[in-house]
Write a protein that binds this ligand. Structure first.
Ligand code: GLU
Length: 457
């Protein structure tokens, strides 16, 4: 059996790091099992779903290194769902209900005051033909509920019915079907809720493993029953913990918070996002993996904690720095070229500055400092100015070799008697306009003698 997974977001907004976590769990699982990854857009809610969001989700996935083997849209598959509905109706497992939301609400309250669980009491099953005719003549249209298999012979007498599965992440799981209402699968206007189309697609697309957020655990009890009602073997399920902000709030696609797009625009490397998205809330240390192959080696769904994982965006920068510090020139070359950094000096420049970057684009600042000088010359006290003049007087003649910095500072020490910070800090400020940055021994050869002299205060 080919392992087949799917990532099934609704295209109602940009995906955030929590959604990316689900996509990556599926992708890495497929990688580790030589499986297939299907991109499925759950766009049965036509009003809120937009093609531009689907496109942006695909773009974000590609950016992360996920290239689906197939892409499909639920909105193009209604006929298949209609056929499943007919099958369930024929088996009397889908029944029409006429209650309004207000009536349902009232019933729930009544059940609560009687100490009964606030689940749907299946009143629709007891309607007489006259009552149905009356509703219809009033213009009411039915919504359709799936009859959960939680009774022996009388649906009005539900009894504890456990659905079990061995969850890839959480281990043994149990849902009691008697604790649930019969789910509405089709609305009054004939539109589908997510529950049925998802099962129909998972069957039709041969999905072997459903890996998704743990907000779907209860759904799984229901959906396993629907798989069986449609005569199919349920897939293996895995429910991973959800990410929250540092203050414990859930992430929302609609708010745009921590969207993959905003992280990309903020200069975060895709592997920083992927590493944190996959490893946060697991027993693995969160370190930056160089690529998805390496990350796949650290990925173990069973090592994921059952409780929510707090996601701290600052950690992204820690990983980002670590990735940039190890990014070879070959890997950086094309991206640097786009930023206008090319030519003979590009490689030594990259090797000199990469250890100081928060974002790759910050290289431009250093490139400018080196080619044009500090944007604003630093201010010096009279004493430091004298020191610097003496220092520039003893700048070695060209040709320079790898020891020029050492040679120069040796001469400065001799000429001025300064050493340590009082020697280095004014030089750094004069040469770069900054108090910190890459090693001056690496930068000096890139400035050249002429460029260095041009920085004399
Ligand atoms: N569209 C559903 C969601 O985004 C998919 C859940 C699933 O993977 O089955 O929550």
């Amino acid at each position: 059996m080919t392992v087949t997974v799917r990532f099934a977001p609704s295209p109602t907004g940009r995906i955030h790091i929590g959604n990316a976590r689900t996509a990556l769990f599926n992708w890495l699982f497929a990688m580790n099992n030589k499986g297939r990854f299907i991109q499925r857009f759950d766009d049965t809610d036509i009003a809120r779903s937009k093609q531009e969001f689907a496109d942006s989700i695909l773009y974000d996935l590609h950016w992360l290194g996920i290239f689906p083997d197939a892409t499909d849209y639920q909105s193009r598959r209604f006929e298949i769902y209609d056929a499943a509905v007919e099958k369930l109706k024929a088996a009397r497992l889908l029944y029409p209900c006429y209650e309004t939301p207000e009536e349902l609400d009232l019933r729930r309250k009544v059940r609560r005051t009687r100490g009964l669980p606030p689940v749907y009491g299946r009143e629709a099953l007891t309607l007489t033909t006259e009552q149905v005719a009356e509703y219809r003549s009033d213009g009411r249209r039915p919504h359709w509920r799936f009859l959960l298999p939680n009774f022996t012979s009388d649906p009005q007498q539900p009894e504890r019915t456990e659905v079990h599965w061995n969850d890839l992440v959480r281990g043994e799981e149990t849902v009691d079907l008697a604790s649930l209402s019969d789910p509405v699968l089709v609305r009054e206007d004939g539109t589908y809720l997510y529950t049925l189309p998802s099962v129909v697609d998972d069957i039709d697309m041969g999905v072997s493993h459903v890996i998704r957020g743990d907000d779907h655990v209860t759904n799984t009890g229901v959906q396993i029953s629907i798989f069986k009602a449609l005569g199919a073997e349920p897939p293996v399920f895995g429910h991973h913990n959800l990410l929250t902000t540092t203050t414990g709030e859930g992430l929302s696609k609609r708010s745009g918070a921590l969207s993959i797009e905003s992280l990309r625009e903020d200069g975060i490397e895709p592997m920083a996002v992927a590493s944190l998205a996959v490893l946060v809330g697991t027993s693995e240390n969160v370190t930056a993996a160089h690529d998805l192959n390496e990350l796949a080696g650290h990925f173990d769904p069973a090592a994921t904690s059952k409780s929510a994982a707090k996601f701290d965006p600052d950690e992204l920068f820690v990983l980002n720095r670590s990735l940039l510090h190890h990014l070879s020139f070959e890997e950086a070359r094309d991206r640097l070229m786009v930023l206008g950094i090319s030519g003979d000096k590009a490689e030594p420049f990259w090797m000199a500055v990469r250890g100081n970057l928060d974002r790759l684009a910050d290289a431009v600042t250093w490139w400018r400092i080196l080619s044009e000088g500090p944007p604003e010359p630093a201010e010096f006290s009279g004493e430091d100015r004298d020191f610097l003049n003496q220092a520039f007087d003893v700048l070695p003649e060209e040709p320079w070799n790898g020891t020029v910095w050492k040679d120069w500072t040796g001469k400065i020490k001799e000429a001025t008697g300064r050493k340590g910070k009082p020697l280095f800090m004014p030089l750094r400020l004069a040469l770069t306009g900054r108090t910190a940055g890459p090693e001056l021994s690496d930068l000096l050869p890139l400035m050249g003698r002429e460029g260095t002299l041009a920085r004399r205060p």
